[in-house]
Write a protein that binds this ligand. Structure first.
Ligand SMILES: Cc1ncc(COP(=O)(O)O)c(C=O)c1O
Length: 394
């Protein structure tokens, strides 16, 4: 299978992993076991490379999922973690040491921001946060100790973009690695490794799983890097749960249908909301008003294949925000994203609650910002749902 479209190949990934024949059951079964039996000492020695032993180290459900992620990201190998945050922290704490420096995009998911500003500095890893909208800011922040540059493709929740090929060049000219979070965009929209990134992380809890029923993260990279992470992961205890891996692999079968619809719905909703008088700004790279629209058109295939996420700027008025959310019928508030149901969230009280106000405002996050995760509903129903709630909130 190498000559079909991505949508078709995605359905048939992972049917064979070492030593396990997944062709007999029509779908991959869940291996509800913490360990596998062995008979001889020779077999015990063989297990490390060729078979499965203990679930914190290896598990067939994680392995089929990892193979599928590697296919999608076009990377050599992937590892499955307990969550997106587990993937991020385990990777940074494995690859960086005291005295190393990291340059991070100042527009970033709130909890990644906390790892950068609260956890890494405790291990004498210096983190410099700069605005990646201008690549010169990154260039200027590089020092001889810079080991890693970190960004999301489209930052949570304002969608500020990273120029992945330019960042890869800056990283490599200076002997550093580029690590990219693809959670908002997914490998269906963009494959950062093919644009020069060295490591890609996905919170698969979000769009990739899409059903809001399992938590997990992935890291994809070349063998030399993955080998180090693979050794450290069981020590951190951040290996993904087998049941979550099974659930995700099952849900991956519809990823192409779901995520493409979500991305196209988001572009349509963004264009419609931009016309509403209560909305002072819509953050979505498909819009011509988006400051990095030109970069988006360079990195993505089309306006409708960027991200199922957008955010809108409403007045900084709590009563008005409450009127808006209470007039929504099928869209609900939820502290997650990427599911097939459209949800919304208020970053100032949720994902970025622990980020200081001045830093939040510098990221473009005001108390009036609402983040919307677009589902697979009919696009006209979605536009109507938001428009009537905004009308009622005025
Ligand atoms: C961009 C981004 N990266 C990483 C994470 C962390 O993922 P998880 O909740 O699976 O740990 C999130 C969670 O919302 C996210 O939005």
């Amino acid at each position: 299978m190498s000559h079909y479209s991505e949508a078709t190949e995605l359905l048939y990934q992972g049917t064979e992993v070492r030593g396990m024949d997944f062709y007999k059951p029509l779908v991959v079964p869940y291996y509800s076991t913490t360990a596998f039996k062995m008979q001889t000492l020779e077999e015990v020695r063989d297990v490390a490379t060729n078979k499965f032993s203990y679930v914190r180290f290896t598990n067939p459900n994680r392995e089929v999922l990892a193979k599928t992620v590697s296919f999608l990201e076009q990377g050599e190998r992937s590892l499955i973690y307990a969550s997106g945050m587990g993937a991020i922290t385990s990777t940074l704490l494995t690859l960086l040491s005291a005295g190393d420096e990291l340059i991070c995009n100042s527009a970033i998911y709130g909890e990644t921001f906390q790892v950068m500003t609260e956890i890494l500095p405790r291990f004498q890893i210096k983190v410099t946060m700069v605005d990646f909208c201008d690549n010169d800011n990154v260039r200027k922040a590089v020092t001889p100790n810079t080991k890693l540059i970190y960004s999301e493709v489209c930052a949570n929740p304002v969608l500020k973009m990273a120029d992945v090929p330019a960042l890869a060049q800056i990283a490599h000219e200076n002997g550093a690695l580029l690590m990219i979070d693809n959670t908002f965009t997914t490998p269906l929209a963009i494959k950062p490794l093919t644009l020069g990134a060295d490591i890609v992380i996905n919170s698969m809890t979000k769009f990739m799983n899409g059903h809001s029923d399992a938590i997990g993260g992935s890291i994809t990279s070349r063998e030399e890097i993955i080998a180090k992470l693979d050794q450290a992961r069981p020590l951190f205890g951040t290996s993904g749960d087998a049941y979550a891996a099974w659930t995700m692999y099952k849900n991956f079968g519809t990823m192409d249908l779901r995520v493409k619809r979500q991305m196209s719905n988001a572009a349509k909703l963004a264009a419609a909301l931009e016309k509403h008088p209560l909305v002072s700004k819509v953050n979505h790279p498909s819009l011509e008003s988006f400051p990095q629209h030109e970069l988006a058109m360079r990195l993505f295939r089309s306006k409708e294949e960027i991200s199922g996420m957008l955010s809108i700027m409403l007045p900084e008025d709590t009563d008005l925000l409450d009127r808006f959310t209470t007039h929504l019928h099928f869209v609900h508030y939820a502290s997650t994203l990427g599911g097939i149901h459209t949800t919304l969230m208020h970053p100032v009280t949720s994902s970025h609650a622990d980020v200081p106000d001045d830093k939040r405002r510098a990221m473009g996050i005001t108390p009036g910002l609402i983040r919307i995760s677009v589902g697979i509903e009919d696009p006209d129903d979605l536009i109507q749902e938001f428009t009537q709630a905004l009308d009622a909130a005025k």
